[in-house]
Write a protein that binds this ligand. Structure first.
Ligand code: FAD
Length: 390
């Protein structure tokens, strides 16, 4: 029998092929080199300095629009994309959010619903990280229930005039292109908005206590004039944005386990060296119970993520299954971080260690891309056949 590996108690490494491992190792070493040495400082300052350079570097390692094909995208498998999300979020959820929004929301929307001209105009420059994208669905008064959105695009001759407000938009202030969802006389449609169009502005939202190393913005759309071909031709109704969200959520199923892994490793390390009552914390039964429970949830979560990834690669992943994964993994990840925090005692609240940063980041991850309650309702409806959303 192979020896027991504390870093991989279930032997999940055996599920990966050499290409999967190569992708994982590339992303892990990029994050170790470019994010980990600086992240505590960026977090404390509430900034992501050098975001444009980071985006280009992420582009050069193929991490942007990673599982899309053509137009300069890497054409990686869903499992490989998931592994990349895990490694990025093990550094910080803010970096993973940058990549998720770019690849799974903005680029995915263009790739799946865009015209050939829209794809050729934007995707290669987004894949390389030259252009950052954002995805505007949420509004100040419409979060979980986007069907009620007020942002509206009306016709003016053959042009569109887009007016409204979007809230909590990741990458908004640094984006060169925004995919904005709006009501029209024809139902909800997606619009490709170059952010230098007059009437568009994206003030940054400050004073966040979560995802501090991530740009979050409001989008203000004041009669933004767009040509007729700014609309995404293939997306009609809420089905469009919801399918993008399902793709991004899939990445979160993996990513959240990265935050959990980093916090678990920090607690395990700490418990081996910190002594109280004359012996290391790791030698107390109560600490071992915590570590064992954390490891069980962590590796079960990774196994679940891998299972969903193989289903996605086989074209058999249902949105309800993504809800299942997001609900479980983010909820367990936050629990793992909180338990890790207790093992570190007072040091657990310090930015010298990653656990509190991950725990507070996961508060956003718990809410965005569908709250816990929304995913419970999705599963509740699928299990019972009864819609309890309203
Ligand atoms: P609400 O919808 O007001 O919900 C508040 C609470 O009520 C939640 O607990 C919710 O689950 C619960 N609730 C609502 N309806 C029901 C119901 N029927 N039954 C039971 N409970 C219910 N959005 C984007 O479009 N693009 C982005 O890039 C983006 N980035 C984000 C980045 C960050 C850091 C954050 C925090 C959010 C981001 N969001 C983004 C917004 C996010 O998707 C929304 O916050 C989320 O959908 C929840 O909406 P809300 O905050 O308006 O909460």
């Amino acid at each position: 029998l192979p020896p027991f590996d504390p870093a991989d108690p279930l032997g999940l490494e055996d599920l990966l092929d050499p290409e999967d491992r190569a992708v994982r190792d590339t992303v892990r070493s990029w994050a170790a080199d470019r994010v980990l040495p600086h992240i505590a400082e960026w977090y404390e300052r509430g900034e992501l300095p050098g975001i444009r350079d980071l985006a280009r570097e992420l582009g050069s390692i193929g991490a942007l629009g990673m599982s899309l094909t053509g137009y300069g995208c890497a054409g990686a498998s869903a499992v490989q994309y998931g592994l990349a999300c895990l490694e990025l979020e093990a550094a910080d959820s803010g970096i993973r959010s940058l990549v998720s929004v770019q690849g799974s929301l903005a680029m995915y929307a263009l790739h799946r619903f865009g015209s050939e001209e829209q794809k050729e105009r934007w995707l290669p420059r987004m894949a390389s990280g030259e252009v950052i994208g954002c995805f505007g669905l949420t509004e100040p008064d419409h979060g979980s229930d986007p069907a009620g959105m007020r942002t509206y695009a009306k016709r003016d001759g053959s042009d569109w005039l887009l007016t409204g407000r979007k809230m909590w938009i990741t990458n908004g202030s640094v984006a060169g292109v925004a995919v904005v969802w709006a009501g029209t006389d024809d139902g909800i449609r997606g619009f490709v908005v170059p952010t230098d169009t007059p009437g568009f502005s994206a003030p940054e939202i400050r004073h966040k206590w979560s995802l501090r190393a991530s740009v979050t913005s409001e989008l203000v759309l004041d009669e933004v004039r767009l040509p007729a071909d700014a609309v995404l031709p293939e997306a009609k109704g809420l089905r469009g944005p919801l399918s993008c969200l399902s793709h991004a959520r899939y990445g979160i199923v993996w990513g959240s386990m990265g935050a959990a892994r980093a916090s678990f490793e920090s607690a395990l390390d700490y418990s081996r060296t910190r002594e109280q009552f004359g012996k290391p914390l790791a030698g107390f039964q109560l600490t071992q119970a915590k570590l064992a429970d954390m490891a069980v949830e962590l590796h079960k979560g990774i196994l679940l993520a891998h299972h969903l990834g193989t289903r996605m690669d086989a074209g058999r992943l249902r949105p309800e299954q993504v809800s299942f994964g997001k609900l479980n993994n983010v909820r367990e990840a936050i629990e793992i971080c909180r338990t890790a925090r207790t093992i570190l005692g007072a040091n657990g609240i310090s930015l010298e260690y990653p656990v509190m940063r991950h725990a507070t980041n996961l508060e956003s991850v718990l809410t965005y891309e569908g709250t816990v309650e929304m995913h419970q309702l999705v599963l509740g409806k699928a299990l019972t056949g009864v819609d309890a959303f309203r």
